[in-house]
Design a protein around this ligand. Structure first.
Ligand SMILES: *[C@@H]1O[C@H](CO)[C@@H](O)[C@H](O)[C@H]1NC(C)=O
Ligand SMILES: *[C@@H]1O[C@H](CO)[C@@H](O)[C@H](O)[C@H]1NC(C)=O
Length: 340
């Protein structure tokens, strides 16, 4: 009898263990499968199986984070999603892309004139895309030149508003040629310094004439020889004042600096972003409007330069009027715009 009972216990145990092993393997398999699908969707190739293994681990952690965030609170006004950054840790993500130099240069001088100071009758909704003043979303890739994309988008906006022509302009010209001052291509820069360069350079080439490469290059005099659009000056929006920013955005697309370092920013998919974030400005983007979400939350409509897979086809709606003068993620701290 004793032998029988031991045998039974053994079989039971084996059965249980086998079951556990199987279920764990299935889970791993499905994550492996999801990673595999994600890799082919984004054309991702790793140099060897070791790197693949370690990226799979990070991918799995991120997927878990995204799913638990989406499930935790069904009332949350925004959702996260698995995007092209899903195999990067938050550290890797922020160090490679977000190179706005705001907090590194404490000696930034701000202009004092603000032409929209007395602007009245600010509407409740503005969307410059609908007025044809915004080019399609671009992708900066792994080059930290967000500052160039932000300045170019604002320049494209004012050019369209004054000439009626929407022309996609060259970020690469800024990356390659605007190198004598603060701006350092993929290593970072400031929108105001980009505006200074555009003024001194009497304009920028088109995107088609001087296409984006995503790496630091040598300034091509030939490609930079045609100025497709120019500006005559630039102004800063009074700092830490969302009302002033709203007046400015009501009149043209505005370059804004934000703190985009959070995981929720990395994986933002849709909705009005109300996530927690800091005010260590590290990313340059463009405010192209504002409005009121379905639950009544007011938001800034912001064009990013991370392609159309990120966020709402490349855009994010960020909560407006938070309980801090800096605005959510510091959006009201260093806004500026070119003048025609
Ligand atoms: C969700 O929102 C509704 C309506 O605003 C509120 O009554 C409810 O308490 C919220 N639920 C949670 C979990 O926050
Ligand atoms: C705004 O109005 C004040 C008072 O009338 C005036 O002094 C100021 O110059 C105006 N600002 C602009 C930018 O027009």
């Amino acid at each position: 009898m004793a032998a029988n009972s031991i045998a039974f216990t053994l079989i039971f145990c084996l059965g249980l263990c086998a079951l556990q092993v199987t279920s764990r393997t299935l889970q791993d398999d499905s994550m492996y499968e999801r990673h595999q699908q994600w890799m082919s969707h984004y054309g991702k190739v790793y140099k060897d199986s070791q790197e693949r293994e370690s990226r799979l681990k990070i991918f799995a952690q991120n997927v878990k984070y995204i799913e638990s965030s989406n499930n935790a609170d069904s009332n949350k006004s925004y959702k996260l999603g698995i995007n092209q950054f899903a195999d990067l840790t938050n550290d890797e993500f922020t160090t490679s892309r977000n190179k706005f130099k705001g907090h590194m240069c404490s000696s930034i001088t701000r202009t004092s004139t603000f032409k929209y100071e007395n602007a009245s009758a600010v509407p409740s909704t503005v969307d410059w895309r609908k007025k044809g003043a915004v080019t399609p979303v671009k992708n900066q890739g792994q080059c930290g030149c967000c500052w160039a994309f932000s300045a170019v988008a604002a320049t494209e906006g004012i050019h369209q508003l004054t000439t009626g022509k929407l022309v996609s302009l060259s970020e690469q010209e800024l990356v390659d040629c605007d190198t004598k001052g603060v701006d350092q291509g993929c290593e970072g820069g400031l929108m105001d310094d980009a505006f200074k360069f555009i003024i001194q350079n009497h304009g920028l080439s088109t995107e088609a004439q001087y296409p984006y490469q995503g790496v630091d290059g040598t300034c091509s005099a030939n490609q930079a020889s045609t100025q497709a659009a120019t500006i005559t000056g630039y102004e800063d929006v009074p700092a830490n004042n969302e009302q002033a920013l709203q007046k400015a955005v009501a009149n043209q697309p505005i370059s804004v600096a934000i703190d985009a370092s959070g995981s929720d920013f990395q994986f933002y998919k849709s909705g009005v972003f109300t996530g927690s974030c800091g005010t260590q400005l590290d990313h340059g983007v463009t405010a192209v409007g504002f409005g009121i979400g379905s639950d009544g939350t007011k938001y800034w409509l912001v064009k990013n330069s991370w392609g159309t897979d990120w966020g709402e086809e490349g855009y994010i709606r960020m909560q407006m009027g938070v309980d801090a003068v800096e605005g959510l993620c510091g959006i009201a701290m260093q806004a500026s715009y070119p003048t025609a």
